[in-house]
Design a protein around this ligand. Structure first.
Ligand code: CA
Ligand code: CA
Length: 177
């Protein structure tokens, strides 16, 4: 029964296709034509009965944000179209493209002084030390520099940590810079 209803609705879809560009569509605007209407509901319904039909914008087709695209989403879009509901809720969670977030900075510390002292055995060790002192470490890195092999000289290994600016004072007190 459910499938029959959906299929009858789908008759109206014949011939409705479009070439999509990079338009950033709104939640529920499944065909990206800048209008949320019954066609969008039908496209979701079609996808529900035949996933191979595909969807141009799957991210904005899950309009109740339950990680499924099903007949309920089609129904909600239809309800939105006729004004029964005023909002659709998509889980658009764009992932940041860079790991450098505003308000953070890299600090570094030499691993040790040749023949004299080893401050940190490894970058994990350095991270543990910082975190043990209440500093949030977002990322770590290791840099190697060419140095003269000589007692009393800095080792050629520097440990780096990405921290929040507000932790800088603490890091400086711990001898990082
Ligand atoms: Ca649309
Ligand atoms: Ca859904």
């Amino acid at each position: 029964m459910k499938r029959n209803v959906v299929c009858i609705l789908l008759i109206g879809l014949i011939g409705i296709t479009g070439i999509m560009n990079s338009y950033c569509a709104d939640c529920g605007d499944v065909n990206g034509n800048e209008t949320i209407d019954i066609i969008d509901a039908l496209l979701i319904a079609r996808y529900y009965v035949d996933p191979e039909a595909g969807l141009e914008y799957p991210d904005i087709s899950d309009v109740n944000n339950d990680d499924k695209i099903d007949i309920l989403d089609a129904l909600l879009v239809a309800q939105f179209y006729v004004g029964l509901i005023s909002e659709l809720e998509c889980g658009l969670n764009p992932t940041p493209e860079t790991t450098i977030v505003p308000g953070t900075l890299w600090i570094s510390h030499v691993s040790g002084i040749q023949c004299e002292v080893t401050y940190y055995e490894s970058v994990e060790d350095a991270r543990d030390y910082l975190e043990g002192n209440g500093i949030t470490v977002l990322e770590t890195d290791v840099e190697h520099f060419a140095v003269v092999t000589l007692c009393g000289m800095l080792s050629g290994i520097f440990y780096k940590a990405l921290i929040y600016e507000y932790d800088l004072e603490k890091a400086l007190d711990l001898g990082w810079n």
